[in-house]
Design a protein around this ligand. Structure first.
Ligand SMILES: Cc1ncc(COP(=O)(O)O)c(C=O)c1O
Length: 462
């Protein structure tokens, strides 16, 4: 008789190379985070034990990808790796034109410059930091059209990444469709907790946009993870492959920006993909000014090869099952302990609800920033703030945006950490939770003008 009574997920790979990580003392860490201005972005990575800062560019590549690195064709023009990558984009995403960029924000920059006119509005299913920044730099105004559930960490709605079509209709009425540059649609919405949109919602969005002649531009950074959620959560999709779902999603969109540093299991790279010939031509003209020639766009040939191979691996069901299984494993442990996290558990990270974790710290004393620092002090686990610091300031009024979600993100790199690392992380969060009353708020002592969360410095309030 089976005693365990369950069938666990497990990694579809074994470990061939290891990288030692440093264990440090509490005293060492307290000093290190103080020197880093209580900003986990300013820590040295060698002083970090388990690095959950981001899933961006932190994945472990496979032997197949490393072998591809040796096949790098570093010709200035016409590298064979570009053509391999282009074929992979056609095969898995279906877009006509590939415009390679050094990473996601390079693509966001070019897309914003070619499509946004000053005074235009860009509705999106919640903002992402770099995406909104490039839209604003081009003179656009971002408008949030995500469903209300996305702003409620307690809501267990399965598709918190969905667009609220009423909100979009109101924007079209207010500004006129010709003022809407495009819909900025993100898969597995990062700032909402890694939450997917459903295919049903996308189809409805497509209908509304087609009627009004508004293009849909996908932020495809984690769209393969979104496809996995459609397969496992949405009626009618269980028997389709991730590949088929991905292709269907892209068929309802006009193009995409991509940070390959996530889904594609590489350390650097990204692209803009477009279907329209004229737009693609304009994008290539800017590409050569800001990124590089049209067949490398700021990426080495070897890295384009790793991207092409990474895409093949990322669409495998067993890979996704283990990747998301590991995130769920950590999330379920934290729920068991009673730690407040965003629900449902998302694809790439667990998000601690800092407003509930530290109710004694007002939002303008940066509770999530303080919590991320406290976790590092406790165990050397590095996490990241996703709250008021990340949200920045309203360009017109100069006031802080006060986002409803004040979160600490524990982001899981792909294929890097073990289940024991997840256990140690959960144990550290539990210890910090038990001592939460002793955590104090912070004061910002250095504030960069844009994307302040990367470089801002803080001091502890006494
Ligand atoms: C949803 C989303 N879009 C865009 C980006 C920007 O990509 P990159 O960091 O490669 O510039 C990121 C990166 O974190 C992201 O998570």
């Amino acid at each position: 008789m089976a005693k365990l009574k369950k069938r666990s997920w497990a990694e579809p790979f074994k470990i061939k190379v290891v990288e030692p990580i440093k264990m440090t003392t509490q005293e060492f860490r307290e000093k290190a985070i103080e020197e880093a201005g209580y900003n986990t972005f300013l820590l040295r990575s060698e002083d970090v034990y388990i690095d959950l800062l981001t899933d961006s560019g932190t994945s472990a590549m496979s032997d197949y990808q490393w072998a591809g690195m040796m096949m790098g064709d570093e010709a200035y023009a016409g590298s064979k790796n570009f053509y391999h990558l282009e074929a992979a984009i056609h095969k898995y995403y279906g877009y006509k034109h590939l415009i390679p960029t050094h990473q996601g924000r390079g693509a966001e920059h070019i897309l914003s410059q070619i499509m946004i006119k000053p005074g235009d509005v860009i509705p999106g299913n919640m903002y992402f930091t770099t995406t909104r920044h490039h839209q604003e730099l081009a003179g656009g105004i971002f408008a949030d059209i995500i469903v209300d559930e996305a702003h409620d960490p307690e809501s267990t709605y399965k598709f918190k990444g969905n667009v609220d079509l009423n909100k979009l209709s109101n924007i079209i009425k207010e500004y006129g469709a010709e003022k809407v540059s495009y819909i900025s649609l993100e898969g597995n919405v990062n700032m909402a907790g890694g939450q997917p949109f459903s295919m049903k919602n996308l189809k409805e969005l497509y209908e509304l946009c087609s009627k009004n002649n508004i293009p849909i531009m996908l932020d495809a950074t984690r769209i393969i993870e979104n496809s996995y959620f459609i397969k496992t959560r949405e009626e009618g999709y269980a028997d389709l492959s991730i590949e088929e779902i991905l292709m269907e999603i892209c068929s309802y969109t006009d193009g995409a920006t991509m940070s390959s540093k996530k889904d594609h299991l590489v350390n650097i790279g990204g692209f803009l993909a477009l279907n329209d010939d004229h737009l693609a031509q304009k994008a290539r003209e800017l590409l050569v000014v800001f990124e590089g020639l049209q067949t490398y766009g700021g990426i080495a040939g070897r890295d384009m090869e790793a991207m092409a191979r990474g895409i093949e691996e990322a669409v495998q069901y067993d890979h996704m099952k283990a990747r998301i299984g590991q995130v769920e494993y950590l999330g379920e442990k934290l729920l068991e302990i009673g730690v407040p996290i965003v629900k449902p558990i998302g694809s790439h990270a667990i998000y601690l609800d800092a407003k509930k974790f530290l109710p004694h710290i007002p939002q303008d004393q940066y509770p999530a920033q303080a919590l991320a620092a406290a976790i590092y002090e406790d165990s050397g686990v590095r996490t990241m703030e996703r709250g008021i610091v990340s949200a920045g300031r309203d360009k017109k009024t100069g006031n802080h945006y006060f986002p409803k979600l004040e979160l600490v993100r524990l982001t899981i790199p792909r294929r890097v950490y073990t289940q024991a690392h997840m256990d140690v992380t959960a144990e550290s969060i539990e210890a910090v939770f038990e001592n939460r009353d002793s955590i104090k708020g912070l004061k910002m002592v250095y504030e960069p003008e844009s994307l302040r969360f990367f470089q801002a410095r803080f001091e502890k309030l006494t």
